[in-house]
Each structure stands twice: as structure tokens, then as C-alpha cells.
Design a binder for this molecule. Sequence first.
Ligand SMILES: Cc1cc2nc3c(=O)[nH]c(=O)nc-3n(C[C@H](O)[C@H](O)[C@H](O)COP(=O)(O)OP(=O)(O)OC[C@H]3O[C@@H](n4cnc5c(N)ncnc54)[C@H](O)[C@@H]3O)c2cc1C
Length: 351
Amino acid sequence: MKIQPFYPVKDRHSFHIDVQARYWVDYDSVEELRSVLNDAADFGLPILPVGGGNNLLFVNDYPGILLHSCLRERTVLEENDDAVLIKVGAGHNWDELVAWCVAQGWGGMQNLSGIPGEVGATPVQNIGAYGVEAKDIIEAVEVLDRTDLSQQTIAAADCDFGYRRSRFKTDWKDRYIVTHVHYRLSKKPVFQVNYGAVSARLATQGGLKAGDDTQSVKDNLQLIRRTILAIRDEKLPDPAKVGNAGSFFMNPEVGKPQYLKLKSDYPDMPAWQLSDDRYKLSAAWLIDSCGWKGRRLDDAGVWPSQPLVLVNYGQAAGEDILSLARQIIDDVSQKFSVTLRPEVIILGQEA
Ligand SMILES: Cc1cc2nc3c(=O)[nH]c(=O)nc-3n(C[C@H](O)[C@H](O)[C@H](O)COP(=O)(O)OP(=O)(O)OC[C@H]3O[C@@H](n4cnc5c(N)ncnc54)[C@H](O)[C@@H]3O)c2cc1C
């Protein structure tokens, strides 16, 4: 275990805001995690579990303990001709896990290639991309309960997964630390490649290979992974070069009457029907239509090729990013009467 006081967090989160934490703690076992939680309770310090910091905006210094898992083991729990169940430590890098599973010929994660972060956040956020969400492959989540320091295994069915949502962010907020995640992967996967950009790019490369033998499955998984990584590279800024946390806002949902009104005012507006009376709108389109794409207020900006992404061009403070986000929220609300909600977790203030 490593405990570092007055720790500069700038390089431990993807927005690269210059803040510090009262303590940064790297723990190497569940026992160590227990002992930190015990001590933290004695000192009355707030605690936040963090992974790679790819979905966080620090507005101020963090006054407590940022707890980081170094549990990185991968264990095969079950395997047969059709499927495999693996257990992975919360501190394992997500994309390295995807690369490893793809190389084994195990399908399920390939569309989630290139999402920055660590395994522990995948059930919290229910990460998603290109038609697949973490909930599609998560079977269970192992946690440490902060209320009594007991270890528990929670079935995926109990996590109430939704769009970028789980109970870990709602009624279980601040209760559990994720220590391991169990993922069920398929050796005979059904590939999900209907998503516009993915199918178009695959078509230019001759499409997926026919055949369901092990080698064809491996080749197709690799092809999908490469395709998705290439699309992401073109659209999204690399956080190592330009600070950002991916999509800053979630796509908003509206009821049918509001959808019909907006569609008649703005016939080009993209939308997806979720149910008989619910529609999801494109936050990127709404922001772009308010003229925000590519705009910059000092070092806080809106990424030119993806207006959902707010960026730190270098010296932006958390307040600068937050102020930009608030202006965008106000403009979208005034023009469309739609409220944008942040996907990014804002620490220190409300959006
Ligand atoms: C360039 C870029 C592209 C992105 N693209 C996508 C995308 O396509 N789809 C998508 O869904 N997301 C995307 N994101 C957002 C981000 O990658 C995900 O939210 C990811 O899961 C964050 O992982 P992390 O380890 O960095 O978590 P952090 O940002 O460190 O934490 C996120 C949340 O999880 C909690 N948490 C972390 N670890 C634990 C734990 N062990 N126990 C309990 N709680 C924990 C934290 O407290 C926090 O609430 C993108 C981000 C960037 C920068």
C-alpha cells in the first residue's frame, strides 16, 4: 500500500486540472482496502474510489482520500465450448482487458474497445459504445461494503443498469467499493455491427469474415476492435494530449409531445425512439445547433469534431470547464426547452 499526502492529481485524471488531494492511496489487497477504510472513519475524511479518472471533473482540491485499486488479477472462473466467465480486479486497465479477451477469441467486449479507464468503474458507469453496454457482459460485481467492511458479490440483475447508470451512482452511492467484476464472454459471439459508422467502415474493408470456426471468430473480433479504435481516434481527442473526459453530457430523453413539437420545428433533428412515448435526442446535435461546436473560452473549449466533448486546452481550471458547461446547458434549455445533464462526475460543485 502507498499513502501519499497532498498529492497532485493533475496526471491522475484525464481533464488534467491542477488540483491536489489530501491523500492518494494505492492499495494492493482487499485487506489493505479494509484497513484504509477503518482509518479514514477514525479521521472523518471523505473518500472517493477512483480508477483512471476519465470521467471526473475536479472543481476544487479534494479534501479527503482518493482510493485507487491496484488489484489487477484475471481469473477464469468457468469455461466450456460456448462461453467463459472471468473475474478481473478493479484496477485492471479496461482497454488492455478488451485487447486480451479479443486475442483469446472471446466476444462481448470488442465494441467497448478504446474506452479509457479501469475495470472498477465499468459497472458503476455501465460504460457503453456502438450499441453495447457493460451490462451486456457483467454477471456479478464483488464489492466491499463501507458500512460494515463485509465482502459481497452482487448479481448484475440487482444493479439496475441503465444508460450510463447503475445503483452504484444512485441509492448505493458512497456505499460500495468495487473490488472485482465478473464478465461472461462468448466463444460464439453474435457481432453487433449495425451502428452506422461501424458498418460503413467495415464495408470499406470487405466486411466480416464468413465462418464460425475459432480462427474466423478471432479475426472478426480483431477487425471490429481495429475498426472501432480507428473511428474513436478520428472523433475524440486523446486525453494524453488534450484534457477531456469523453462525452461531457448525456443524450437527453423527452416525452412524445415534446419530441413531436421539436421535430416539427427542426425536421433535421436526430432522435431515437425508446418506447411508445419516450425519445432520446442527440446532445451533440443540440449543442452544435446552439453554435457551440469548436468554440473556446480561454483554455476551456468544445471539441471541433465532437461537440459533446469539453476540453482543457492547457491551463483551464475546473471552474472554467464548469462555467462553459453551464453556458451550454442554458443555451440548449432556452432554444429547445431541453435540460442537458452531465455524464461527467463533477466534484466540488453542482453543474
Ligand atoms: C476520450 C474519452 C472517451 C470516452 N468514451 C467513453 C465511451 O465511449 N463510453 C463510455 O461509457 N464512457 C466513455 N468515457 C468515460 C470514461 O472512460 C468511463 O466513464 C470510464 O468507465 C471511467 O473509468 P475510470 O477508471 O477512469 O473511472 P473514474 O473516472 O476514476 O471514476 C468514475 C466513477 O466510478 C467510480 N469508481 C471508480 N472505481 C471504482 C471502484 N473500484 N469502486 C467504486 N466506484 C468506483 C468513481 O468514484 C466515479 O464515480 C470516455 C472518456 C474519455 C476521456
